[in-house]
Design a protein around this ligand. Structure first.
Ligand code: NOJ
Length: 747
């Protein structure tokens, strides 16, 4: 029978007739999934589990779709081409099952938002949700149904290039941002013409790659996996994430794509998740290079048995699942479940009802409200790391500004990594924005200093220095080109590249006021540059609207409100350095002897020894959560609603925040806890909550958090998640290294 005449297509007709029909109820989706499944051949089922890349499809692609051998495509965004291919799937394949179209829409589609690590710095999940909604609207308008985002890989290593795509080192921040992004992409109804399916990735612990080298092995033990790396995934799945991608890394010898214990046993059986699991690009057959499978057939077997529903591009499912099923090496039940997961996704996306993209609709790309959202996110993502008072610049008093550095006018590079559909022609650079917004009042001298971030030539430095000498203030835009971060772009030395260090040093030597704006895909080791400058604004890669956002901040039309989502190491040798570490039995005291103070021929002793580096100490350059504003905030009167919390109770945590400066600004009030003793050693601090609070000059607000035992829970020695009774320390403050402190007991 031709399924095109069957119930799910009749339902589609009914939907068209009764305009405004609501999203299909779950029970109806399951009924339709089962009905379709009952009519599919084994080959058609396996076809649904196969994803191809459009550019690698070649002339056989159309035939493969017609024959039901393709369930999904990625890397095609031309609406006319998409409609043509979809038409083959819907009208010419036996069952008429539509294709689901995937794309890496990581931080915007055409309107590019700050890279995710920058978005994390906003500490503003609602803004992140809005950004994802903008990206979804733009992507779906050209026919994309499914993004491979958010990336929820916690990273404690600033050498790892892919940290740009994630939310940093903290599980609570990662969980909130991840859940917000999922909600933004998917909206209330994934079948809406403004929604796309999210894909949480990379499952799991990919960000713990040894040495920060991409694709590298990880060795995350079970407790740490549950208590850190899995937390953002649980939250995003709870928020309704429709799909999940397995990771490239092997953890303790098991590649993510072959990890049955984590995918089938935990994600499916324990968490009861009914979404769809896709492999990463060729990560099924890469299990051969891992030494985990002898050939593509064994790789397909291990991936399918682990619970990977769809194989991205490597084709081993298509070729080998038929014989694996026939030989009883992959149970038919697993195949049916995988196909159910794929069909459920397509139904939830409304693809059976609306398989085509409407090419007559007005363009949603770069809509003014999208650009405004991107600009606001860029404003909120910038972190002020230092300011001796030079910022904000006063447009009425500054006469000449020298704008220098390779990132001042780098329209491609400020967009950051993974911007397949962003266009540099639509980027507003800082130089262009400063000229447009202040060029009428202020003389702007532009010198690049170095042409691009890796440029080793020092030829342009003298002109930049000369410009600095002529100007009242120099704003140096330094950092990294987009291609120095992202997939497979790890750095052993994550500092300023090329001749930029020399450029900054020479500018500093002029003694003229120097403001650094750092645009980068990761935290950079910029201790010397911070030392040599009067102010430092860290903007990560700020996206399409980075220029006007930074201009607003530099001239004080907005006050910086970003906070660091990762600890900044002083130097690469300190990595990994992160705030929520365990304490060791010999914690650093702060009065340790540094290398130059050790007497000659000092005798070896272990007395008084602590955990630190002789040459760098243990302290980072900047702690997690850190960031300044153009005002000052004071914390006072930290009060808990009681000295004890019971297992089914809660505690109110209240502190007064006062803006003691002269301008309105936003503070990110942060609540940290330390579980003093547990069945496992507990981190020295853990972020439990945060709130952005905007106060005018002189204003005060009582900031109240509610803390529950649930937030204190962790997987203990017995593998059970619960809060353990005992003493807790608690801080409310501006970052992970300071704040008011009190304590309570959990009974
Ligand atoms: C490989 C990357 O690891 C993954 O994040 C991405 O979504 C896929 N390629 C598809 O482009």
């Amino acid at each position: 029978m031709n399924m095109k005449k069957s119930t799910f297509h009749i339902f589609f007709t009914a939907c068209l007739v009764f305009a405004g029909c609501s999203p299909v109820p779950d029970s109806e989706i399951e009924r339709r999934v089962d009905q379709m499944l009952s009519q599919m051949t084994i080959e058609e089922k396996i076809g649904q589990m196969n994803q191809l890349s459009y550019d690698a499809g070649g002339p056989q692609l159309e035939d493969a779709i017609r024959d039901g051998r393709v369930g999904s495509l990625l890397n095609v965004v031309d609406p006319a081409v998409l409609n043509g291919l979809q038409n083959i799937a819907v009208e010419e394949s036996r069952l008429g099952i539509p294709l689901v179209i995937g794309r890496d829409v990581i931080h915007g589609f055409r309107t590019i938002f700050p890279i995710p690590i920058g978005q994390a710095a906003t500490f503003d999940p609602e803004l992140v949700r809005q950004g994802a909604a903008v990206a979804a609207r733009e992507a779906r308008s050209v026919g994309v149904h499914w993004t491979f985002a958010p990336m929820l890989d916690i990273s404690r290593d600033q050498r790892w290039g892919r940290l740009a795509e994630g939310f940093g080192e903290d599980p609570v921040l990662g969980a909130r941002m991840g859940a917000a992004m999922v909600r933004g992409y998917q909206g209330d109804d994934m079948s809406a013409p403004t929604s796309i399916a999210a894909c949480v990735k990379h499952f799991v612990a990919y960000g713990a790659a040894e040495g920060g080298r991409d694709y590298n092995s990880t060795n995350v033990p079970p407790h740490l996996m549950r208590n850190l790396y899995l937390i953002p995934f649980e939250a995003a799945i709870e928020a309704g994430a429709a799909t999940l991608m397995t990771s490239f890394n092997d953890n303790d010898g098991i590649p993510g794509t072959g990890n049955k214990a984590l995918v089938r046993d935990m994600l499916r059986d324990e968490w009861g998740w009914d979404g769809m699991v896709v492999s990463d690009w060729a990560s099924v057959t890469e299990m051969i290079a891992h030494g985990f499978a002898a050939d593509p057939k064994e790789a397909a077997m291990k991936a399918a048995n682990a619970g990977v529903d769809m194989e991205m591009v490597s084709g081993a499912y298509l070729e080998h699942l038929p014989s694996l099923i026939a030989e009883g090496l992959v149970p038919m039940e697993y195949i049916d479940n995988s196909v159910r997961n794929v069909l459920r996704l397509k139904l939830r996306l409304g693809l059976f009802d609306n398989p085509y993209v409407d090419t007559s609709a007005p363009s949603a790309l770069l809509a003014p409200e999208h650009l405004a959202a991107a600009r606001r996110t860029a404003v909120e993502s910038a972190v002020l790391l230092k300011n001796d008072g030079v910022l904000p610049l006063d447009a009425a008093r500054v006469k000449t500004v020298a704008v220098v550095g390779p990132m001042a006018d780098a329209p491609h590079d400020q967009l950051g990594t993974w911007i397949f559909d962003g266009e540099k022609t639509t980027t507003a650079t800082p130089l262009a924005a400063l000229r447009e917004m202040y060029g009428g009042q202020i003389d702007i001298i532009h010198e690049t200093g170095t042409e691009y971030s890796r440029d080793r030539s020092t030829a342009g430095i003298a002109s930049a220095v000369a410009a600095a000498r002529r100007a009242d203030v120099t704003v140096a835009f330094v950092g990294e080109e987009a291609i120095l971060s992202g997939e497979a772009h790890s750095l052993a030395n994550p500092g300023l590249q090329g001749a930029q260090k020399e450029l900054v040093a020479r500018l500093a030597q002029t003694g003229r006021p120097l403001v650094l704006v750092v645009m980068a895909g990761r935290p950079l080791t910029i201790g010397d540059e911070v030392e040599g400058s009067n102010a430092v604004l860290y903007s990560f890669h700020p996206g399409t609207m980075g220029g006007p956002a930074l201009a607003e901040l530099l001239f004080g039309e907005a006050s910086p409100s970003g906070r660091l989502p990762m600890t900044f190491a002083r130097e690469a040798g300190q990595i990994p350095v992160y705030y929520n570490h365990n304490n060791t039995g010999r914690p650093y005291q702060g009065n340790e002897t540094m290398i130059d103070d050790i007497p000659l021929e000092a005798g070896q002793t272990s007395l008084g020894n602590t955990s630190y580096y002789l040459d760098a100490g243990p302290e980072p350059l900047f702690p997690f959560g850190y960031g300044l504003t153009y005002t000052t905030f004071e914390y006072s009167n930290l009060v808990l609603s009681g000295e004890e919390m019971t297992m089914n109770g809660s505690l109110e945590v209240a502190a007064t925040l006062t803006n003691t400066g002269k301008r309105e600004a936003t503070e990110v009030v942060q609540l940290y806890v330390r579980d003093v003793s547990g069945s496992l050693a507990r981190p020295v601090k853990e972020l439990k909550d945060f709130r952005r609070v905007t106060l005018g000059a002189g204003a005060s607000e009582r900031v109240v958090f509610t803390l529950r035992p649930e937030e204190l829970a962790f997987y203990g020695i017995d593998g059970v998640r619960r809060a353990e009774p005992g003493a807790f320390r608690l801080w409310v403050g501006p970052d992970s290294a300071s704040g008011l402190e009190t304590s309570f007991t959990l009974r």
